[in-house]
Design a protein around this ligand. Structure first.
Ligand code: M6R
Length: 614
């Protein structure tokens, strides 16, 4: 998982490269580097973030360069130091590369190259790749483009790569398999990014490179798209982006995460837009309409996902079983891909992913394809690999999520899952009209309830102050609130580095109760009316052992409010909707604790936004 940028054209490139890398820093921030070409190449790299790199760019001529590559790294092969940073250069000093992905057979290629006299400064797979291309270029006596095409057929793994040959600085060669790469186009100015955010201020016309495609970007001759496998020329399908610049900027908020939390009412409306009609209430999702026969006949849904998307899938399990009466299994993609799963005719595989690029989820999809199931993807990033690998699906329309901790994407995933299960349940006659209408009425109002619960922000900040020094937290919830407990705990641990665990509330007495003392805050999500008395007993059990309870309650709750040490109220809502609301104060609690502890909220240590390696 890394971010790559590149530019070739008739404008100075340095600012684009640096600002572009800052936009992609969410993809990794262990080290960064650029190469620009002005009569000779200037290579600058350093450990750490782009700001540090920026300070090293002092030479005036750098400002004039009209071709360059940049990289922000999430380390896979080799420590996150300067030597291992990209761009990497070939032994002759002629070829430069930036790479996102992994070359799995790099060791065997490396030993062949060492025997031919190549030497390596870094521990990376990327340095091996650029030297392989150099070797092919020399031995086959071909131009860079052809050498890239030949060499990439010899590698196993995933890549989005950009190459620059100092002998021909009018050209950049890019290629893709597995990792994302998109080219912004404005006449013969070409902007390259791992996603479009670096170039949307310059152009909205773009080409998403497909797997096994390469493009030669020549500032005089324009763009040539070729197949990596056959070398045939392909016809580029250009797209017009709908992304706005403000969507990828902080807009006055201190962190992207905070901006993304407060953006949720709008994101919810975007997720529902055009899909819910009222008076009479109706859900209209074209991918469900088109595939209703398959869906109605399906025996089972198998969700595959990682992290927060896995938590959302768990919520989906409750929704689909309750409303559409279809059995559901929720699988960690990383486990599923290595099992020998039983996938039968009539099973539908539902990969769920914000980025649409998570390596384990993609690999699980590829493995599942051997059984030829129907694949219905749920993604945020439009045109992402998972969206392309699936037969049909639905976008959650949360907009770009830049903070590493997922917030608005989780909320929109939950909204979409609820809507899909309602639609399916109603169309297949498993759900009666009264409930269908009631939940639709709730869904169209939910953004207002989120606005309303933001009024609790100050109080949440105060609770964060009180508990910021705790070293462990427990999060408990029953039923639909159990996935919320898991998600709340994940948010806290990933951005504040406090150990936190989520449990089904009733499981507490099977072990975790041993941990409870005055130093262990327990966040109890207690909005489920049906099991209210059971969760009340859990709260009593914690209190009688000296534990501290932070309760998430529905408005008007009397009993738990009286015994909890602290409480946050959420607006009243149906039990299928209230978990979506209950999650939002937990996002804010994690945010404020991390902020008080001075943590790097948008880029927590060791993490990356989308995990495109195993
Ligand atoms: O892009 P995906 O939804 O496939 O990503 C899955 C996880 O990597 C992701 O949810 C991760 O757990 C987040 N950091 C959670 O906040």
């Amino acid at each position: 998982m890394c971010g790559i940028v590149g530019y070739i054209g008739s404008n100075p490139t340095l600012d684009f490269l640096i600002e572009g890398l800052k936009k992609l820093e969410y993809r990794g921030y262990d080290s960064s580097g650029i190469v620009v070409f002005m009569e000779k190449p200037y290579l600058k790299k350093c450990q750490g973030k782009i700001l540090k790199l920026e300070k090293t760019l002092i030479e005036k001529e750098l400002k004039l360069a009209q071709v360059g590559l940049g990289h922000t790294r999430w380390a896979t092969h080799g420590a996150p130091n300067t030597v291992n940073s990209h761009p990497h250069v070939s032994n002759s000093g002629e070829l430069y590369v930036v790479h996102n992905g992994i070359i799995e057979n790099y060791e065997s290629i490396k030993s062949v190259l060492i025997k031919k006299g190549y030497h390596f400064k870094s521990e990376t797979d990327t340095e091996v790749l650029v030297n392989l291309i150099e070797e092919v270029k020399k031995t086959e006596n071909v131009k860079l483009g052809k050498a890239v095409q030949i060499a990439l057929n010899q590698v196993i793994g995933a890549f989005a790569v950009c190459f620059l040959d100092v002998n021909n600085p009018n050209e950049i060669v890019v290629a893709k398999l597995g990792s994302p790469l998109v080219i912004g186009i404005e006449n013969n100015n070409f902007y390259i990014g791992s996603d479009p955010s670096p170039f949307i201020r310059y152009t909205n016309r773009c080409l998403y490179l497909g797997d096994n495609e390469m493009a030669i970007l020549n500032k005089k001759e324009g763009l040539t798209l070729r197949s990596l496998q056959t070398d045939n020329i392909l016809k580029p399908k250009l797209e017009n982006l709908k992304l706005e610049l403000e969507q990828v900027e902080k807009g006055g908020f201190k962190h992207f995460m905070l901006k993304e939390i407060f953006e949720q009412p709008k994101n919810i409306k975007d997720a529902l837009r055009g899909r819910i009609l009222t008076r009479p209430n109706r859900i209209k999702i074209s991918s469900i309409e088109e595939n209703i026969t398959k869906m109605a006949k399906s025996n089972r849904l198998i969700f595959i996902a990682c992290g927060s998307s896995w938590h959302a899938s768990l919520l989906g399990e409750y929704y689909f079983e309750e409303l559409a009466r279809i059995p559901v299994e929720v699988e960690y993609a990383s486990e599923f891909r290595y099992r020998n799963p039983i996938i039968k005719e009539g099973d539908i595989i539902v990969p769920l992913s914000q980025s649409g690029e998570t390596a384990d989820t993609l690999a699980a999809i590829k493995m599942a394809k051997e059984f030829n199931p129907f694949l219905f993807g749920i993604c945020n990033v439009v045109g992402s690999s998972i969206a392309r690998e699936t037969d049909s699906g639905v976008y959650i329309h949360a907009g770009p999520e830049i903070g590493v901790a997922s917030t608005k994407a989780f909320t929109c995933q939950a909204i979409i899952l609820l809507m899909l299960s309602l639609d399916l349940g109603y169309r297949t006659g498993k759900l009666e009209g009264l409930k269908y209408n009631l939940i639709i009425d709730e869904l169209v109002k939910i953004h207002q309830k989120v606005e309303q619960l933001f009024k609790e922000s100050k109080k949440i900040e105060h609770i964060a102050k009180k508990y910021q020094n705790s070293r462990n937290f427990l999060y408990l919830g029953r039923g639909l609130n159990f996935p919320i407990a898991l998600e709340g705990a994940l948010k806290l641990k990933e951005i504040s580095y406090i150990h936190a665990e989520g449990y089904p509330a009733a499981e507490m007495k099977h072990g975790p109760i041993a941990l409870i003392d005055k130093d262990m805050p327990v966040v109890v999500i207690a909005t489920e009316k049906g099991k209210y008395h059971k969760i009340l007993s859990n709260v009593m059990e914690i209190k009688s052992r000296g534990g501290k309870v932070i309760a998430i309650l529905s408005q008007g709750d009397e009993d738990i409010r009286r015994i909890a040490d602290d409480f946050i109220e959420i607006p009243n809502a149906d039990e299928l909707v209230s978990p979506i609301l209950a999650n939002i104060p937990l996002q804010l609690l994690a945010y404020h604790i991390a902020e008080l502890k001075g943590c790097e909220i948008d880029q927590p240590r060791n993490l990356a936004k989308s995990v495109t390696v195993e």
